[in-house]
Ligand binder design. Structure first.
Ligand SMILES: *[C@@H]1O[C@H](CO)[C@@H](O)[C@H](O)[C@H]1NC(C)=O
Ligand SMILES: *[C@@H]1O[C@H](CO)[C@@H](O)[C@H](O)[C@H]1NC(C)=O
Ligand SMILES: *[C@@H]1O[C@H](CO)[C@@H](O)[C@H](O)[C@H]1NC(C)=O
Length: 834
């Protein structure tokens, strides 16, 4: 009972600050039902318990949702109200228990750019396309208590969280406790830069938290990351974060917390810290925590929070031993392991061409791209024959002649929450634009340039500092506030550019200041995508190619950011369209979840290698014109212009089922070329994945998916679990999983199975052409072994295998699978019982 607990004084001065947050929450919520005394003791005894894989409950103070995941949550709450009403109860009683904020930022696309009214035009289209969803959300914001909805046009969720939503210390009628949050977006970790412990969860878990369930997590190890020294003047926070990302990937921090300390931290602004914390999913940690210090307190003041409240926040944190002084080493906690970085050693860099962790120093970019061109198909290879490396295709754009070659830049986007949140890099970009314009440089007109800042504050300081007009002259007008290019909402490229790329089979390049660059995500026609800081985006846009060595040219200079006082912008309500405020009852297929049963004689729908991302599984971007989803929409009378993106159609299960595994960059081992297709084994035909799944379903066959390492990497996405469920996939066999994706699979009743250490499809001789029987025990426990029988009795028309016993190659039970319901089974089952 919180009222009896008084304020908790933490006096174990060696406990990591991130663990103190878990401890405080456990004590405050200890009710001997969901949170028990034993749990509190386990956390208190972290030093010993951290190595023992012990599960502890965690009740975060808040939940945040973005619109793609938020819509389904509001739909579910509405459905619950319906159900309660049917049972004769009071529907108004169904409300989130802990505060939830829904920020609408994932819907806007770059349809218009390079014109002064781009922002207005793009916002108008956003409204036109999403009217129905927005009206529904508007209803939700009024109907539910404890749920705030931040309208479109306000900015990117994590930026809004930093500037506006984060409390740092919660004040519940005078009762203070540390802020903490889970959000339905993997980059929720950005808020850890401000000292709010938080991370991304699946929409299904987020709803459980909103209903008062704790998250069940393994008490994590905490890697202490010590920062020393001072960065060199040309180095941006982007370069620092890329260096840290690469370093932490090598260290191996999956499933752990990272906590920053050391005198170097005191040199980093909140924007810098947030950038580092944002990339947490890319290095694989659960959270990347910067304890609160005086700089964090200063940020709260600067962003216009109530002064008196900020002082209370500081006093409270001081009193409970949670305010840090990074220069005072006697406050350094005991960590599981300590790693160090001297900030002075960091050099400017980009990453790509296909993965955020593949860092390349700017000075090596040209060489690296040219090596990738010829290298064999893979994360660092495009396999272009040597005689074609110099291919050039001429084309006409708006009456002028241009040329494209391998490495030509066709998209240059300053986008996403991460880099655009940082005034120093944004102003760096602005200054570069100014110098370039003054020197008479331009950006070729066919390059799709755009600027989608994290929030209105960015536009404000770019304008006030006088650099906005230069950015506009180079084509970097503000096109909207939202995730845009970063999540694949890059919109179309000019027809003649697409034709030239196709004609020459060119490796065209997108350069963006986003945080993800997996193939097919940014744009189907840019095979190479480099993540680069905003100044570098501008530099490469001016150069028009990635095959250039900038090393000798200065790219910017440091500015004092004091003059750019960040002003809190108003979260205006102006955008809601009230004309048609009709609540549409969600027409939603009920997903009957059952305890998984034994799976018999399943076929393999798809067989994958490593790093299949949620965007491969359920793309958020463009709906391709020849896809099953497009055929469906066409049959409903829609024209391609009205298709909108998969992301915006997440309220429609018919489209989303068809969009599952519909990424045009999908690499399925059954098929020789890239694309969203597979073999339907009974007939031997090659079909679109959805069509193949339908055929299996009609014949009553179960399906499974085979995969390599890191299955479900990338942004957390409910539909990457719901989609396969709708296709009839009952289990996935992989070497490893991304954490949130795995719990989403569990939430949907799709069983995530993991090969035993040292085993994989290769060592077991599995080709994917077998049929699988998986014995699921009655009582499920985390990490239990299950038995799988695979039988080689598949006829494929192009092979001479015979159906029947004679061809049985793998039979009998092979005890090689490993159940990995580790984190969330108790939670999900608990929910079901209640
Ligand atoms: C600090 O913790 C110890 C137990 O470890 C307890 O005996 C002591 O009273 C605590 N001190 C304060 C100031 O709360
Ligand atoms: C360092 O921190 C410790 C523990 O909070 C405190 O007792 C000490 O006075 C601090 N030293 C300085 C120089 O601030
Ligand atoms: C920012 O830009 C860099 C490229 O310099 C990119 O690799 C990174 O992923 C982007 N995001 C963050 C958080 O740094």
């Amino acid at each position: 009972n919180p009222k009896q607990n008084k304020q908790l004084i933490l006096n174990d001065s060696r406990l990591p600050f991130s663990i103190r947050v878990l401890l405080e929450a456990a004590i405050r919520n200890c009710d001997e039902f969901l949170v028990k005394k034993g749990d509190v003791e386990n956390i208190l005894n972290w030093k010993v318990v951290q190595h023992k894989n012990v599960e502890v409950p965690f009740k975060p103070a808040r939940v945040i949702l973005q619109d793609f995941t938020g819509v389904p949550a509001v739909v579910d709450f509405a459905a619950m109200r319906d159900a309660v009403k049917k049972l004769g109860g009071d529907p108004e009683k169904i409300n989130p228990i802990c505060p939830a904020d829904l920020v609408i930022d994932h819907s806007i696309q770059v349809d218009f750019n390079r014109r002064s009214d781009s922002l207005q035009k793009n916002q108008d289209l956003e409204f036109e396309r999403n009217k129905e969803r927005f009206e529904f959300l508007k209803w939700g914001s009024q109907a539910f208590k404890n749920m705030r909805i931040i309208p479109p046009g306000s900015g990117i969720i994590h930026q809004v969280n930093l500037e506006y939503l984060a409390r740092v210390v919660m004040d519940q009628d005078g009762y203070y406790y540390p802020d903490s949050v889970v959000g339905t977006d993997s980059h929720t970790t950005m808020i850890d830069g401000l000292g709010v412990l938080g991370w991304g969860v699946g929409g299904i878990e987020a709803e459980a938290v909103m209903l008062g369930q704790p998250i069940s997590m393994v008490l994590p190890e905490v890697v202490g990351y010590k920062l020393l020294g001072t960065p060199q003047p040309l180095v941006t926070s982007t370069d620092i974060v890329l260096t840290i990302t690469k370093h932490l990937r090598q260290v191996g921090v999956v499933g752990k917390f990272v906590e920053f300390f050391g005198p170097g931290v005191a040199q980093l602004s909140i924007a810098d810290r947030a950038t580092i914390a944002n990339m947490c999913p890319e290095y694989g940690a659960t959270a990347a925590y910067f304890p609160v210090d005086d700089i964090s307190i200063g940020y709260l003041m600067q962003t216009g929070r109530d002064k008196e409240k900020v002082m209370c926040t500081k006093k409270y944190l001081e009193a409970v031993g949670m305010l840090r002084d990074f220069k005072n080493s006697s406050q350094d906690p005991d960590f599981t392991q300590v790693v160090e970085l001297d900030l002075h050693t960091v050099v400017p860099c980009c990453s790509g061409p296909k993965r955020p962790q593949d860092k390349v120093a700017v000075s090596d970019m040209k060489k690296d791209f040219e090596t990738c061109l010829g290298a064999k198909q893979g994360f660092k290879g495009f396999q272009i024959a040597p005689d074609r490396h110099k291919s050039v295709v001429k084309f006409n754009f708006e009456g002028c002649d241009f040329e494209l070659a391998h490495g030509s830049v066709v998209i240059a986007a300053i986008t996403s929450c991460t880099n655009t949140s940082n005034p120093s890099v944004m102003l760096g970009a602005g200054l570069l634009a100014k110098k370039a314009v003054e020197a008479g440089l331009t950006v070729k007109p066919y390059i799709k340039t755009s600027l989608s800042p994290g929030s209105g504050v960015v536009t404000y300081y770019l304008r006030e500092s006088g650099v906005m007009s230069y950015l506009s002259q180079l084509g970097f007008d503000v096109v909207g506030y939202g995730c845009m290019t970063c999540i694949g909402n890059s919109g179309p490229l000019p027809e003649s550019v697409v034709e030239a790329i196709t004609q020459g089979d060119l490796v065209a390049v997108g350069v963006l200041s986003g945080n993800r660059n997996f193939e097919g995500r940014v744009h189907p026609n840019t095979r190479a995508n480099y993540l680069a800081s905003p100044p570098l985006v501008i530099a490469y846009a001016i150069a028009g190619t990635i095959r250039i060595d900038f090393e000798k040219e200065p790219l910017g200079k440091t500015v004092s950011s004091e003059t750019f006082v960040v002003e809190l912008h108003q979260m205006t309500e102006y955008l809601w369209d009230t004309k048609h405020a009709i609540v549409k009852k969600p027409s939603k297929k009920t997903l009957a979840l059952q305890t998984p049963k034994t799976i018999e004689d399943a076929y393999v729908l798809l067989s994958f290698g490593d790093s299949v991302t949620t965007d491969h599984i359920s793309p958020a971007g463009n709906i391709a014109r020849n896809s099953p989803a497009a055929r469906y929409l066409t049959s409903r009378g829609l024209t391609p212009r009205e298709f909108n993106s998969y992301g915006s159609r997440r309220g429609n299960d018919a489209v989303m089922a068809r969009g599952t595994f519909a990424n045009i960059r999908l690499v399925n081992k059954f098929i020789d070329k890239q694309g969203p297709q597979t073999i339907h084994f009974p007939s031997g035909e090659t079909l679109d994945v959805f069509d193949a799944a339908e055929r299996y379903k009609q014949a009553g066959h179960s399906l499974i998916v085979l995969a390599g390492k890191e299955y479900g990497a990338g942004s957390s996405r409910d539909w990457a679990a719901k989609g396969p469920f709708l296709l009839g996939v009952k289990a996935v066999l992989a070497e490893s999983y991304e954490r949130i994706h795995r719990s989403n699979l569990v939430g949907m009743g799709v069983i995530p199975l993991q090969y035993l250490p040292g085993e994989d499809a290769g060592t077991l001789g599995l080709t994917g052409r077998e049929r699988y029987t998986i014995v699921i025990p009655e009582k499920l426990k985390p990490q239990m072994n299950v038995q799988i029988k695979s039988q080689m009795n598949i006829v494929h028309s192009s092979e001479n295998t015979q159906l029947g016993d004679s061809s049985v190659k793998h039979s009998g039970f092979i005890d090689f699978m490993h159940f990995s319901l580790c984190f969330c089974d108790s939670q999900t089952l608990g929910l079901r019982e209640r």
